[in-house]
Design a binder for this molecule. Structure first.
Ligand code: SAM
Length: 188
């Protein structure tokens, strides 16, 4: 499951790479998804895939039909209230994510917030740049309250990012001195 899927590139590429698995991309904005959500219906020879589904929804209100079905949930370069929820460990949205997760499934957050360029968004979402103190004193507890145990987190300096299948990774990588933050938690 890819929450805040954007243009759906991650879902599409994963579908091609792992045809035996099924991928669902979710986003409240449908326009960026137009290209890929049309492409999936093509003949397989022309880039079609039969293991993808895109749903228009927000993390705050995920369809009940998705309850307890996800083996993995990805949140890559979230923005707006999705970013706020993930970096604060907000209970209502994390509760929605826990709802769709099978027990022991993994929730992966990858994000990059720039204190200069993203200042307005940080103020609006009431979040700070993630660091060890925030994770250990704050996120560990908030994620646990919502049914997720943080298993791993870390940072990559600018110029040292791993390859990530995301259109936004490509954009952010070249724009400035952004640090990458990742957090992997497990549904308990
Ligand atoms: C910067 S884009 C990242 C898109 C994609 N994950 C990527 O890596 O290319 C952030 C996405 O988060 C979505 N988003 C914002 N608020 C959301 C919410 N409350 N629930 C789900 N998605 C949300 C936006 O519509 C947007 O597509």
């Amino acid at each position: 499951m890819d929450i805040g899927t954007g243009d759906g590139r991650f879902v599409y590429q994963m579908c091609q790479k792992n045809p035996e698995k099924f991928y669902i991309g979710i986003d409240p904005a449908q326009e960026p998804l137009q290209k890929i959500s049309e492409k999936i219906y093509r003949n397989k020879k022309h880039g079609g895939v039969d293991n993808a589904l895109f749903i228009k929804a927000s993390v705050e209100n995920l369809p009940d039909e998705l309850t307890d079905i996800a083996d993995e949930v990805h949140v890559h370069f979230p923005w707006g209230s999705l970013l706020g929820a993930m970096l604060s460990g907000e209970a209502a949205s994390l509760g929605q994510l826990r709802k769709i997760c099978k027990k022991e499934s993994l929730l992966e957050l990858i994000t990059s917030v720039d204190p200069g360029r993203d200042f307005t968004q940080m103020e609006k979402q009431k979040i700070a740049i993630p660091n060890d103190e925030i994770v250990l004193n704050f996120l560990v507890e908030n994620y646990r309250k919502s049914g997720f145990e943080i298993r791993e987190y870390g940072f990559f300096d600018s110029g040292n990012w791993p390859n990530i299948c995301s259109s936004w990774a490509a954009k952010l990588k070249i724009s400035g001195k952004r640090q990458l933050f990742y957090l992997i938690s497990q549904a308990i």
